[in-house]
Design a protein. Sequence first.
Length: 423
Amino acid sequence: MWCSIPPYSQVVVPVWRVLVGSRSYRRLFFAQVVALAGTGLATVALALLAYDLAPHQAGRVVATALTIKMLAYVGAGPLLTAALSRAPRKAVLVGSDAVRALAVACLPFVDQVWQVYVLIAVLQCASAAFTPTFQAVIPELVDDRGYTSALALSRLAYDLESLASPLLAALVLLVVPFDGLFALTALGFAVSGTLVATTALPARTPGSRSPRRAAASWRVFATDARLRALMALNTAVAVVTALVLVDTVVLVRSHLDGTDTGVALVLACFGAGSMAVALALGALVDRFGTRALMLAGPGVITAGAAALTLGWALAPGPLVLGAGWVVLGAGCALVAAPTGRLLRDAAPEGGLAGVFAAQFSLSHACFLITYPLAGWAGSLDPVLVLGGTTLLTGVCAVAAVGLWRPGSPARIPGAGSRRSAPG
């Protein structure tokens, strides 16, 4: 059963205090902001590059590139985490940023689709090494009272990739070709690496290097009721994210006769919904609890997708699409924003980094199905695509509720846990 802990309003500190109180966290946060802002620019530029190289197959090109990204995360992520387990974490983070900057800098010079795929593979293998390492460092830089606020800040940083970056891309595209977005992305990774290199990071704990601990970190996803439900939630988020990233350019350019700037603005709507949830995370967790909040996510997604399907069938237009993307972004954030706290609570002793790495790989494995599916769906009638999204996310919502029941044990008897968390 869940153990009793004080309400979050008593243990969560304002986000600004987390930034003021920890210099190391503050520098890493700004490094994350810069890198993710650049990644958002690259996402917009990649869609436009695909449309430039293969205008009649842009959705499939983007879907393939993003599927390669997921293959790197799922396949290379665990291998790189194991191979680099004894390396200094600062070297891992800085080296990853350097590789990412070089890969992105080469993208403006490609003239064949296969070249895009190769560079994306290199870029995302570096990200697969960077992200779990970065996520595992954060709980060691802030105390328990500040961790929820740190999660909210981290979610806001990720939302910059969906909101601020497309808006910035829209402005940049007014004065330079989309190739300029790649240059700004490379600059963002360079700045991120510089900030990390000048930040003092805690040493690895001995337990994080144990193969037994690493195995336990993966096994917990099969034994913990919350994490089994999390996989259904991850699937719902993957369905929506693939739809947004792959098919936005097709919906705007081909069905609405929009512009490159229009693509960026519609993508920004998705980030706006997500950011609204992230800003209210502390109050939402305090009022509803982690379980209710996360399980509400696919419900919001399903309702939003159903409304968007009806709206598109009656009066397709940029306002309808933008409003739908806002709701879908909010639903995804209801799942993603509190996930870090859930993972920390469920991690076995000494296995925090392993649990983050496992979540990183398992959650992205969902995209191995949803990205190709979204690429194929780009050639279908949008009403069918949006209706299919409603059906798939509805199934995920029902599955998550069935797996994560209130008052049930968090973990199968006999499987240890660091601690329990409230529902």
